[in-house]
Design a protein around this ligand. Structure first.
Ligand code: ATR
Length: 281
Protein backbone atom coordinates (compact mmCIF):
# COMPACT_ATOMS: atom_id res chain seq x y z
CA UNK A 1 0.00 0.00 0.00
CA UNK A 2 1.41 3.34 -1.08
CA UNK A 3 1.58 6.04 1.58
CA UNK A 4 1.39 9.79 1.04
CA UNK A 5 2.80 12.66 3.07
CA UNK A 6 1.13 15.81 4.38
CA UNK A 7 2.48 17.63 1.33
CA UNK A 8 0.87 15.25 -1.17
CA UNK A 9 -0.37 16.75 -4.44
CA UNK A 10 -4.14 16.36 -4.80
CA UNK A 11 -6.47 15.81 -7.75
CA UNK A 12 -9.63 13.79 -8.40
CA UNK A 13 -12.66 13.06 -10.52
CA UNK A 14 -16.07 14.63 -9.97
CA UNK A 15 -19.14 12.64 -11.02
CA UNK A 16 -22.68 11.81 -9.90
CA UNK A 17 -22.47 8.92 -9.42
CA UNK A 18 -18.71 8.50 -9.54
CA UNK A 19 -18.24 4.97 -8.21
CA UNK A 20 -18.10 3.49 -11.75
CA UNK A 21 -15.22 5.76 -12.78
CA UNK A 22 -11.95 4.06 -13.69
CA UNK A 23 -10.00 7.32 -13.41
CA UNK A 24 -8.85 6.77 -9.77
CA UNK A 25 -7.43 3.36 -10.77
CA UNK A 26 -5.70 4.87 -13.75
CA UNK A 27 -4.16 7.94 -12.08
CA UNK A 28 -3.11 6.08 -8.94
CA UNK A 29 -1.34 3.48 -11.10
CA UNK A 30 0.77 6.28 -12.58
CA UNK A 31 1.34 7.90 -9.16
CA UNK A 32 2.55 4.59 -7.78
CA UNK A 33 4.66 3.75 -10.82
CA UNK A 34 6.48 7.08 -10.69
CA UNK A 35 6.63 7.19 -6.86
CA UNK A 36 4.92 10.58 -6.80
CA UNK A 37 3.74 11.97 -3.47
CA UNK A 38 0.16 12.50 -4.59
CA UNK A 39 -3.40 11.18 -4.53
CA UNK A 40 -6.28 11.09 -6.99
CA UNK A 41 -9.67 10.60 -5.38
CA UNK A 42 -13.28 9.99 -6.46
CA UNK A 43 -15.49 12.97 -5.58
CA UNK A 44 -19.26 12.27 -5.65
CA UNK A 45 -20.86 15.68 -6.21
CA UNK A 46 -24.55 16.38 -6.86
CA UNK A 47 -25.12 18.70 -9.86
CA UNK A 48 -26.60 21.37 -7.54
CA UNK A 49 -23.28 21.61 -5.72
CA UNK A 50 -20.84 21.59 -8.61
CA UNK A 51 -20.28 25.38 -8.57
CA UNK A 52 -19.58 25.46 -4.82
CA UNK A 53 -17.26 22.47 -5.02
CA UNK A 54 -15.25 23.95 -7.91
CA UNK A 55 -14.73 27.09 -5.81
CA UNK A 56 -13.80 25.14 -2.68
CA UNK A 57 -11.35 22.60 -4.16
CA UNK A 58 -8.48 25.02 -4.94
CA UNK A 59 -8.90 26.47 -1.43
CA UNK A 60 -8.33 22.93 -0.10
CA UNK A 61 -5.11 22.55 -2.04
CA UNK A 62 -6.44 20.60 -5.04
CA UNK A 63 -4.41 21.16 -8.21
CA UNK A 64 -7.25 20.11 -10.50
CA UNK A 65 -10.00 17.65 -11.35
CA UNK A 66 -11.51 15.59 -14.11
CA UNK A 67 -15.24 15.71 -14.75
CA UNK A 68 -17.48 12.85 -15.79
CA UNK A 69 -21.23 12.43 -16.20
CA UNK A 70 -23.33 14.55 -15.79
CA UNK A 71 -20.98 17.52 -15.23
CA UNK A 72 -19.04 18.03 -18.45
CA UNK A 73 -21.39 20.61 -20.02
CA UNK A 74 -22.21 22.48 -16.78
CA UNK A 75 -18.52 22.85 -15.96
CA UNK A 76 -18.06 24.91 -19.13
CA UNK A 77 -20.07 27.71 -17.51
CA UNK A 78 -18.52 27.38 -14.08
CA UNK A 79 -14.80 27.69 -14.79
CA UNK A 80 -12.98 31.04 -15.05
CA UNK A 81 -11.40 30.24 -18.42
CA UNK A 82 -12.19 27.70 -21.16
CA UNK A 83 -9.65 26.66 -23.80
CA UNK A 84 -10.77 27.01 -27.46
CA UNK A 85 -11.12 23.25 -28.06
CA UNK A 86 -13.41 22.76 -25.06
CA UNK A 87 -15.43 25.81 -26.15
CA UNK A 88 -16.00 24.34 -29.61
CA UNK A 89 -16.90 20.90 -28.25
CA UNK A 90 -19.12 22.41 -25.56
CA UNK A 91 -17.72 20.34 -22.69
CA UNK A 92 -14.97 20.35 -20.09
CA UNK A 93 -13.39 17.12 -18.78
CA UNK A 94 -10.20 18.51 -17.21
CA UNK A 95 -9.73 21.49 -14.90
CA UNK A 96 -6.45 22.97 -13.71
CA UNK A 97 -6.49 25.32 -10.71
CA UNK A 98 -3.77 27.96 -10.96
CA UNK A 99 -1.76 29.11 -7.94
CA UNK A 100 -4.00 32.21 -7.91
CA UNK A 101 -7.03 29.93 -7.52
CA UNK A 102 -8.37 30.41 -11.07
CA UNK A 103 -9.91 27.43 -12.85
CA UNK A 104 -8.98 26.63 -16.46
CA UNK A 105 -11.13 24.07 -18.30
CA UNK A 106 -10.15 21.93 -21.27
CA UNK A 107 -11.53 18.90 -23.09
CA UNK A 108 -9.03 16.13 -23.80
CA UNK A 109 -11.47 13.51 -25.15
CA UNK A 110 -10.76 14.32 -28.81
CA UNK A 111 -7.02 14.27 -28.23
CA UNK A 112 -7.39 10.95 -26.38
CA UNK A 113 -9.29 9.54 -29.34
CA UNK A 114 -6.59 10.54 -31.85
CA UNK A 115 -3.68 9.47 -29.64
CA UNK A 116 -5.27 6.03 -29.20
CA UNK A 117 -5.41 5.56 -32.98
CA UNK A 118 -1.87 6.92 -33.38
CA UNK A 119 -0.59 4.40 -30.82
CA UNK A 120 -2.48 1.32 -31.97
CA UNK A 121 -3.10 1.80 -35.72
CA UNK A 122 0.17 1.99 -37.66
CA UNK A 123 0.21 4.81 -40.17
CA UNK A 124 -3.06 6.34 -38.96
CA UNK A 125 -3.90 9.71 -40.47
CA UNK A 126 -7.16 11.64 -40.25
CA UNK A 127 -6.44 12.99 -43.72
CA UNK A 128 -6.70 9.55 -45.40
CA UNK A 129 -10.35 9.91 -46.29
CA UNK A 130 -13.93 10.39 -45.10
CA UNK A 131 -14.85 9.34 -41.56
CA UNK A 132 -18.24 7.95 -40.53
CA UNK A 133 -19.20 8.88 -36.97
CA UNK A 134 -22.14 7.02 -35.43
CA UNK A 135 -23.80 9.12 -32.72
CA UNK A 136 -24.12 12.84 -32.08
CA UNK A 137 -23.68 13.18 -28.30
CA UNK A 138 -20.81 14.66 -26.31
CA UNK A 139 -18.29 12.00 -27.32
CA UNK A 140 -19.24 12.37 -30.99
CA UNK A 141 -18.68 16.13 -30.80
CA UNK A 142 -15.24 15.73 -29.22
CA UNK A 143 -14.23 13.15 -31.83
CA UNK A 144 -15.66 14.98 -34.84
CA UNK A 145 -13.95 18.27 -33.91
CA UNK A 146 -10.66 16.44 -33.32
CA UNK A 147 -10.88 14.71 -36.72
CA UNK A 148 -11.72 18.00 -38.39
CA UNK A 149 -8.82 19.86 -36.77
CA UNK A 150 -6.53 16.97 -37.71
CA UNK A 151 -7.35 17.30 -41.42
CA UNK A 152 -10.18 14.83 -42.07
CA UNK A 153 -11.63 15.78 -45.47
CA UNK A 154 -15.23 14.72 -44.77
CA UNK A 155 -17.13 13.76 -41.61
CA UNK A 156 -20.37 11.85 -42.05
CA UNK A 157 -22.54 11.96 -38.92
CA UNK A 158 -25.34 9.40 -38.46
CA UNK A 159 -27.47 9.50 -35.34
CA UNK A 160 -30.83 8.04 -34.29
CA UNK A 161 -32.23 11.50 -33.46
CA UNK A 162 -31.95 13.61 -36.64
CA UNK A 163 -32.20 16.96 -34.84
CA UNK A 164 -29.00 16.16 -32.96
CA UNK A 165 -27.28 15.10 -36.18
CA UNK A 166 -28.15 18.40 -37.81
CA UNK A 167 -27.12 20.45 -34.78
CA UNK A 168 -23.67 18.82 -34.69
CA UNK A 169 -23.23 19.07 -38.48
CA UNK A 170 -24.05 22.78 -38.33
CA UNK A 171 -21.57 23.35 -35.53
CA UNK A 172 -18.87 21.54 -37.49
CA UNK A 173 -19.61 23.39 -40.74
CA UNK A 174 -17.82 22.71 -44.06
CA UNK A 175 -16.61 19.11 -44.02
CA UNK A 176 -19.56 17.64 -42.09
CA UNK A 177 -22.49 15.81 -43.67
CA UNK A 178 -25.72 14.65 -42.04
CA UNK A 179 -26.63 11.00 -42.70
CA UNK A 180 -30.02 9.51 -41.85
CA UNK A 181 -29.67 6.72 -39.24
CA UNK A 182 -31.35 4.31 -41.73
CA UNK A 183 -28.65 5.11 -44.29
CA UNK A 184 -25.65 4.42 -42.03
CA UNK A 185 -24.60 1.23 -43.87
CA UNK A 186 -24.57 2.94 -47.31
CA UNK A 187 -22.61 5.87 -45.86
CA UNK A 188 -19.65 3.55 -45.31
CA UNK A 189 -18.84 3.51 -49.05
CA UNK A 190 -15.47 5.11 -49.72
CA UNK A 191 -14.73 5.85 -46.07
CA UNK A 192 -11.36 5.52 -44.35
CA UNK A 193 -12.59 5.41 -40.75
CA UNK A 194 -15.69 4.17 -38.90
CA UNK A 195 -16.24 5.23 -35.28
CA UNK A 196 -19.04 4.13 -32.96
CA UNK A 197 -19.65 6.82 -30.33
CA UNK A 198 -23.08 5.54 -29.29
CA UNK A 199 -23.67 3.36 -26.25
CA UNK A 200 -24.86 0.53 -28.52
CA UNK A 201 -22.78 -2.62 -28.03
CA UNK A 202 -21.89 -1.82 -24.43
CA UNK A 203 -22.54 -4.59 -21.87
CA UNK A 204 -26.23 -4.41 -20.98
CA UNK A 205 -27.14 -2.22 -23.99
CA UNK A 206 -28.68 -3.25 -27.32
CA UNK A 207 -26.26 -4.30 -30.08
CA UNK A 208 -25.23 -1.92 -32.84
CA UNK A 209 -26.76 -3.14 -36.09
CA UNK A 210 -24.76 -2.10 -39.09
CA UNK A 211 -23.91 -4.09 -42.22
CA UNK A 212 -20.28 -3.54 -43.20
CA UNK A 213 -20.57 -4.68 -46.85
CA UNK A 214 -19.96 -1.16 -48.20
CA UNK A 215 -16.95 -0.51 -45.96
CA UNK A 216 -13.60 -0.58 -47.82
CA UNK A 217 -11.23 -3.26 -46.41
CA UNK A 218 -8.63 -0.53 -45.98
CA UNK A 219 -10.83 1.38 -43.50
CA UNK A 220 -9.99 1.51 -39.80
CA UNK A 221 -12.81 0.67 -37.37
CA UNK A 222 -12.91 1.85 -33.76
CA UNK A 223 -15.43 1.95 -30.94
CA UNK A 224 -15.49 4.16 -27.86
CA UNK A 225 -17.23 1.34 -25.98
CA UNK A 226 -14.57 -0.66 -24.07
CA UNK A 227 -16.80 -2.99 -22.03
CA UNK A 228 -16.62 -5.43 -23.71
CA UNK A 229 -13.18 -4.65 -25.08
CA UNK A 230 -14.01 -6.30 -28.39
CA UNK A 231 -17.51 -5.18 -29.31
CA UNK A 232 -19.56 -7.02 -31.93
CA UNK A 233 -18.72 -4.17 -34.33
CA UNK A 234 -14.97 -4.67 -33.86
CA UNK A 235 -15.25 -8.47 -34.10
CA UNK A 236 -17.29 -8.17 -37.29
CA UNK A 237 -14.84 -5.67 -38.82
CA UNK A 238 -11.81 -7.76 -37.84
CA UNK A 239 -13.29 -10.95 -39.29
CA UNK A 240 -13.68 -9.30 -42.71
CA UNK A 241 -10.11 -7.99 -42.65
CA UNK A 242 -10.47 -4.40 -41.42
CA UNK A 243 -7.96 -3.02 -38.94
CA UNK A 244 -9.59 -2.30 -35.54
CA UNK A 245 -8.69 -0.37 -32.39
CA UNK A 246 -10.63 -0.79 -29.14
CA UNK A 247 -11.90 2.09 -27.00
CA UNK A 248 -9.85 1.58 -23.84
CA UNK A 249 -6.89 3.60 -25.12
CA UNK A 250 -9.07 6.70 -25.56
CA UNK A 251 -9.89 6.63 -21.84
CA UNK A 252 -6.21 6.20 -20.97
CA UNK A 253 -4.92 8.87 -23.35
CA UNK A 254 -7.49 11.52 -22.39
CA UNK A 255 -6.12 11.34 -18.85
CA UNK A 256 -2.51 12.18 -19.73
CA UNK A 257 -2.69 16.00 -20.06
CA UNK A 258 -4.37 16.41 -16.65
CA UNK A 259 -1.88 14.10 -14.94
CA UNK A 260 1.04 15.93 -16.55
CA UNK A 261 -0.29 19.33 -15.43
CA UNK A 262 -1.07 18.31 -11.83
CA UNK A 263 1.76 15.93 -11.05
CA UNK A 264 4.50 17.26 -13.36
CA UNK A 265 5.23 14.17 -15.45
CA UNK A 266 3.88 12.95 -18.82
CA UNK A 267 2.94 9.29 -18.19
CA UNK A 268 2.90 6.40 -20.69
CA UNK A 269 -0.03 4.32 -21.87
CA UNK A 270 1.34 0.79 -21.52
CA UNK A 271 0.00 -2.74 -21.71
CA UNK A 272 0.50 -2.99 -17.95
CA UNK A 273 -1.73 0.06 -17.45
CA UNK A 274 -4.39 -1.38 -19.76
CA UNK A 275 -4.46 -4.64 -17.79
CA UNK A 276 -4.53 -2.80 -14.46
CA UNK A 277 -7.46 -0.59 -15.49
CA UNK A 278 -9.37 -3.57 -16.90
CA UNK A 279 -8.87 -5.75 -13.81
CA UNK A 280 -11.52 -5.60 -11.10
CA UNK A 281 -10.84 -4.46 -7.57
P1 ATR B 1 -21.92 10.70 -24.80
O1 ATR B 1 -21.67 12.01 -24.13
O2 ATR B 1 -21.12 9.56 -24.24
O3 ATR B 1 -21.79 10.80 -26.29
P2 ATR B 1 -24.79 10.87 -25.01
O4 ATR B 1 -24.69 12.32 -25.24
O5 ATR B 1 -25.86 10.38 -24.08
O6 ATR B 1 -23.43 10.29 -24.43
O7 ATR B 1 -24.92 10.14 -26.42
C1 ATR B 1 -25.25 8.80 -26.55
C2 ATR B 1 -25.35 8.47 -28.05
O8 ATR B 1 -25.78 7.12 -28.18
C3 ATR B 1 -26.34 9.34 -28.79
O9 ATR B 1 -25.86 9.58 -30.08
C4 ATR B 1 -27.58 8.45 -28.81
O10 ATR B 1 -28.49 8.73 -29.85
P3 ATR B 1 -29.66 9.82 -29.64
O11 ATR B 1 -29.04 11.15 -29.87
O12 ATR B 1 -30.67 9.46 -30.67
O13 ATR B 1 -30.17 9.64 -28.23
C5 ATR B 1 -26.95 7.10 -29.03
N1 ATR B 1 -27.84 6.01 -28.64
C6 ATR B 1 -28.12 5.59 -27.40
N2 ATR B 1 -29.01 4.56 -27.44
C7 ATR B 1 -29.29 4.33 -28.76
C8 ATR B 1 -30.12 3.40 -29.48
N3 ATR B 1 -30.86 2.47 -28.83
N4 ATR B 1 -30.15 3.46 -30.84
C9 ATR B 1 -29.39 4.39 -31.50
N5 ATR B 1 -28.59 5.29 -30.87
C10 ATR B 1 -28.55 5.25 -29.54
Amino acid sequence: MRSISGAAKLAGVIGWPVSHSRSPRLHNFWLEKHKIDGAYVPLPVHPDHLGDVLKALPRMGFLGVNLTLPHKEAALRLVDQVDPTAMRIGAVNTIIFTSQGKSIGSCTDGLGFLENLRQYADGFSSAKGPAVVLGAGGAAAAIAFALQEDGCPEIRIANRTPEKTLALVQRLGGQAKAIAWEDRAQALAGSALLVNTTSLGMNGQPVLNIALDHLPRSALVTDIVYAPLETALLADARSRGNKTVDGLGMLLHQARPGFAAWFGLAPDVSLELRNHVLADG
